[in-house]
Design a protein around this ligand. Structure first.
Ligand SMILES: Cc1cc2nc3c(=O)[nH]c(=O)nc-3n(C[C@H](O)[C@H](O)[C@H](O)COP(=O)(O)OP(=O)(O)OC[C@H]3O[C@@H](n4cnc5c(N)ncnc54)[C@H](O)[C@@H]3O)c2cc1C
Length: 307
């Protein structure tokens, strides 16, 4: 294992200037849960490690009905799982966090790290896409906002430029009559990376049947996390019927472009996308119609090992 010099930033400005000074020889760490694995394997061998984990302003979480949710990049997976306003207003995100590794990892792993690691299988990513997350990026030239669905450019690749840091993620406030659900398929159950994950968020007009808004996020079925846009466009503005949900689930299967790997074949993944899209839409619809699910119910559904 190659040695590195450990640098701890106390402010965002300090972190950016350290990254500028050391360029490609430096790597940011937050919770270090991805970093330590890759460093031990020799995949990442930075000369300098810049820890941003002690910049307290990056750990804040706030929610208001007008502005929605603001998540500092250092918010941990444990924060996402347990925060009362996230459980209440973005239940698919809390459920996704609960499906993630074990409690020790959830206490360290950050939402910013999960996003910037850009794994197609990152568990928070389908739910964040489905909740229309926007990313705040700060760097030497100031700040910019990028929608999460434009943030990923390939497996492990993002739009982040040299010395840029993801500082915050914002989710708009949920519309009235909204339901959401995340399901991760993982044959070995909990404590495993997703073979695939699906998050659906649906909002209805009034208390009726017409779809006002829908977003479906898919994980581990393409080089980056994606939205099932053909499935979404079948549902937008339409009266939702069981037949329409079945058609949308079939469209999501076509939206997915998975590969074979150690966790599953492409064919299996495509079949599972259809099943999980149907399942998440049905449950989310039920919630949007006024039948809420408790966090415990969501958590119990969040990891499905077998069918
Ligand atoms: C045992 C184990 C189990 C795991 N299980 C799961 C799982 O079930 N689901 C899942 O999705 N993941 C899982 N992971 C992966 C990992 O925990 C997550 O990706 C985690 O969210 C990474 O966050 P971190 O803060 O630890 O990132 P770090 O390891 O600190 O960083 C990860 C990457 O992101 C970059 N980075 C971090 N923060 C920022 C920032 N704010 N701005 C710019 N770049 C940044 C780093 O430079 C690095 O490239 C697991 C890992 C381990 C070791």
């Amino acid at each position: 294992m190659a040695r590195f010099e450990y640098l701890e930033a106390r402010t965002l400005r300090q972190a950016i200037s350290l990254l500028q000074r050391h360029g490609d020889e430096a790597r940011i760490v937050a919770g270090s849960t991805d970093f330590l694995v890759r460093w031990r394997l020799g995949v990442w061998q930075p000369k300098y490690v810049v820890n941003i984990g002690r910049i307290s302003s990056l750990g804040r979480i706030s929610y208001s009905r007008r502005l929605g949710l603001r998540l500092g990049a250092l918010a941990t997976l444990n924060d996402l799982e347990t925060h009362p306003q996230i459980r209440r207003n973005y239940p698919a995100l809390s459920a996704a966090a609960s499906s993630f590794a074990g409690v020790q990892v959830r206490n360290l792993a950050t939402v910013g790290g999960n996003i910037c690691n850009a794994s197609p299988a990152g568990d928070t990513l389908p739910a964040l896409l489905a909740f229309d997350a926007q990313c705040k990026i700060v760097g030497p030239d100031g700040e910019r906002w990028v929608p999460l669905d434009e943030f990923f450019t390939g497996p492990g690749q993002t739009v982040l430029q040299r010395a840029e840091i993801l500082t915050e993620v914002r989710l708009p406030p949920p519309l009235p009559n909204t339901g959401s659900l995340y399901i991760k398929h993982s044959p070995r159950g909990a404590m495993d990376i997703a073979t695939l994950g699906v998050a659906s968020v649906i909002s209805l007009e009034g208390s009726g049947r017409v779809c006002r808004n829908v977003r479906i996020g898919l994980g581990a079925v393409a080089p980056t996390p994606i939205r099932a846009t053909s499935a979404e466009s079948l549902l937008w503005g339409r009266e939702i019927t069981p037949e329409l949900i079945t058609s949308a689930a079939q469209a999501a299967k076509a939206d997915a472009k998975p590969i074979d790997d150690v966790r599953g074949t492409a064919e299996h993944r495509q079949d599972m996308v259809e099943i999980l899209t149907q399942r998440t839409l049905e449950r989310a619809l039920d919630m949007a119609r006024g039948n809420p699910m408790t966090f415990e119910m969501q958590r119990d559904l969040a990891v499905q090992a077998a069918f």
